[in-house]
Design a protein around this ligand. Structure first.
Ligand SMILES: [Zn+2]
Length: 181
């Protein structure tokens, strides 16, 4: 459930893309993670408010993860530097498997608590790649920087949202038609 204070145009994508989507341009460049208040709102929308503290160290880690994710998501073909940056974030945590009396248990361990949200986001991206790298998309509107995971059956989703960018593109096409008539 998104935090009602969350001002972003696109909320609720998988965690890695949701972290990328803390930056948007509708119509001017905005950044939810420009301060601790925004970071707290992001944690809340992402369902992490009770697992992560909204402190400066956590915000710094989240920003590191966001920039690493932007590197691998945006580059046509990610270079080694982009891969290293994401792997550095991933190196701060690990998935631990244990057998408990109730059965198998899986938990996340991080070097220090501030890395939890950042690690979860980076790890989520690997999960999306396993589900289908071609479904990780950036909105087709040239001035939009939002990302989404295309879970539509035919895999033809193009816009972050039809209401915002789909219609902007339609209006632009109409404008071109009217002016070239
Ligand atoms: Zn868009």
């Amino acid at each position: 459930m998104a935090d009602p204070r969350d001002p972003r145009p696109l909320i609720g994508e998988p965690l890695s893309l949701d972290l990328l989507n803390t930056r948007w341009r509708h119509p001017v460049a905005e950044d939810l993670l420009s301060d601790l208040t925004g970071y707290r709102i992001w944690l809340s929308s992402a369902g992490l408010a009770d697992r992560c503290t909204a402190d400066p160290a956590g915000l710094a880690a989240a920003l590191t993860a966001r920039s690493a994710l932007a590197g691998v998501a945006s580059a046509e073909e990610s270079g080694q530097a982009e891969l290293d940056a994401l792997n550095e974030v991933l190196a701060h945590g690990r998935l631990v498997h244990r057998l408990a009396g109730s059965g198998p248990q899986e938990s996340v361990e991080v070097d220090s608590p501030e890395w939890l949200a950042a690690w979860l986001a980076a790890d989520d991206y690997l999960g999306l790649l396993q589900q289908g790298a071609h479904r990780i998309k950036r909105c087709a509107h040239p001035s939009c920087i939002l990302h989404f995971f295309d879970s539509s059956q035919n895999g033809r989703r193009r816009w972050c949202s039809m209401a915002v960018c789909g219609n902007r593109a339609k209006a632009a096409r109409h404008y071109v038609k009217v002016n070239s008539a």
